[in-house]
Design a protein around this ligand. Structure first.
Ligand code: NZQ
Ligand code: ZN
Length: 394
């Protein structure tokens, strides 16, 4: 079966070595009068990128103010600070300079500025966004894919609740992507980014809708490319060609292209969000720690898909008489890949210690909203299944 779909990817992508030279022109073309430059903990300052951005806006005659300090797994408190600043300064456009955390913080500020109530209402399910300030991106890390996605993931400081919402209103007007800007990424962030990109594709590839072979082929090519390029850039961080492949894959993996005709599962993502909320771990690393256990939990019911993944993505020889073994070899092969790039394959490796029963209880409770919701689509997981997977992954 092929699932009906409604594909919408309105973000202009300006890609390449000289792409920053277009920032002023791009912001001006959006009609911006006052811009908030939003950034993270210092990498964009250290690399000189922020200076380039400021120069670009000055040359285009566009006024701006700035707010830095976004942390990975971005916090609601910073969003509130941004909303206040934008209202005070009359900001009408937000320019995110960074990765998924900065982009999501920008999207949340964009939702909050025109909204009369408390911005967390959107994540608490009490309100649906009706407006968002326009957002542009200068991307510095390929990973979350937020530059082309409809999603915005924020952590409430109190209670460490990490939640995502989706709306086309927050889709970025443009994304400036210069692969050279990713040369400075620490190896761990490079690896976690590649893992996240692959997982955005895998969470759509492992679907009960198996007939859209065009989408399957796109997904398989994307997965093989990111896997191969990640291995290269771990050794040669300044390899432009492979950095470029990863960067473009990051956007395609999460702009819904690989969901055309299939269905989003995202159970691994939801299970991971509890890990990064509770322990502050890097999102991609948390995904690597969960996926093998999710895969082993569901694979027997979806063997053909796991065999296809093993053979077409991981290069495992197809043992036609033992599909279960071929499927298992595919999971082992990705675990080996994770280890090669310095990613964990379970929670102990992720945290460097055992997780306690109480911590698992907390994660299950938050993830299942007290046992009231399920996760996943290819295989629907209730609270007991979530617990089983966390236990398998511990
Ligand atoms: O803060 P700075 O100093 O800039 O350092 C960052 C940060 O420490 C660093 N970094 C970024 N670019 C760099 C660099 N260091 C050196 N050179 C560069 N060029 O990398 C670290 C991680 O940055 P972050 O923005 O947190 O990474 P990522 O893009 O992985 O974003 C992660 C967040 O996005 C969410 C995740 O849950 C997490 O909160 N996600 C958002 C999604 C979406 N909106 O569509 C989907 C994803 O599934 C994900 O959930
Ligand atoms: Zn992700």
């Amino acid at each position: 079966m092929i699932k009906d779909f409604n594909f919408y990817a309105p973000t202009r992508v300006v890609f390449g070595r000289e792409s920053e030279k277009k920032i002023g022109e791009l912001v001006a073309s959006c009609g911006a009068k006052k811009v908030l430059i939003h950034y993270g903990g210092g990498s964009a300052q250290r690399s000189g990128l922020l200076d380039v951005v400021r120069e670009q806006l000055r040359a285009a005659g566009i006024a701006f103010c700035e707010l830095g300090g976004v942390v990975p797994n971005p916090l609601l408190s910073k969003v509130r600070e941004g909303i206040e600043l934008c209202r005070r300064e009359g900001v009408d456009f937000i320019l995110a300079v960074g990765g998924g955390s900065v982009i999501d913080s920008s999207k949340a500020i964009g939702y909050g500025v025109p909204y009369d109530g408390d911005v967390w209402d959107f994540w608490a399910g009490k309100a649906v966004p009706k407006q968002c300030l326009p957002i542009g991106v200068v991307l510095t890390i390929p990973a979350a894919g937020s530059e082309m996605s409809s999603s915005c993931v924020i952590t409430a400081d109190e209670g460490l609740l990490k939640r995502g919402i989706n709306s086309d209103l927050c889709r970025c007007r443009f994304a400036v992507m210069n692969p050279e800007r990713t040369f400075t990424l620490p190896p761990y962030q490079t690896a976690a980014g590649a893992t996240d990109i692959m997982m955005h594709t895998m969470e759509r590839y492992f679907s009960k809708y198996e007939d859209m072979t065009l989408t399957d082929s796109i997904s398989e090519a994307l997965l093989r490319t990111v896997k191969e390029s990640a291995l290269v850039v771990m050794r040669q961080p300044e390899d432009y060609r492979h950095r470029a492949q990863i960067m473009w894959a990051g956007s395609l993996a999460h702009n819904d292209l690989t969901e055309c005709g299939t269905e989003k599962d995202f159970a691994t993502h939801r299970l991971e969000h509890e890990l990064s909320a509770l322990f502050g771990v890097t999102h991609g690393a948390g995904l690597a720690a969960i996926w093998p256990s999710w895969a082993r939990y569901v694979k027997d019911k979806h063997l053909s898909r796991f065999v296809q993944f093993a053979v077409n993505v991981m290069g495992v020889p197809n043992d036609f008489s033992h599909p279960d073994e071929t499927a298992e070899c595919g999971i082992c092969a990705i675990e080996e890949f994770y280890h090669q790039i310095g990613m964990p394959t379970n929670i102990h490796e992720l945290l460097g210690r055992d997780i306690t029963d109480q911590e698992i209880d907390t994660m299950v409770d938050k993830c299942s909203r007290g046992g009231t919701i399920t996760l996943g689509a290819m295989e629907v997981l209730d609270a007991q299944a979530m617990r089983d997977i966390y236990l398998k992954a511990r």
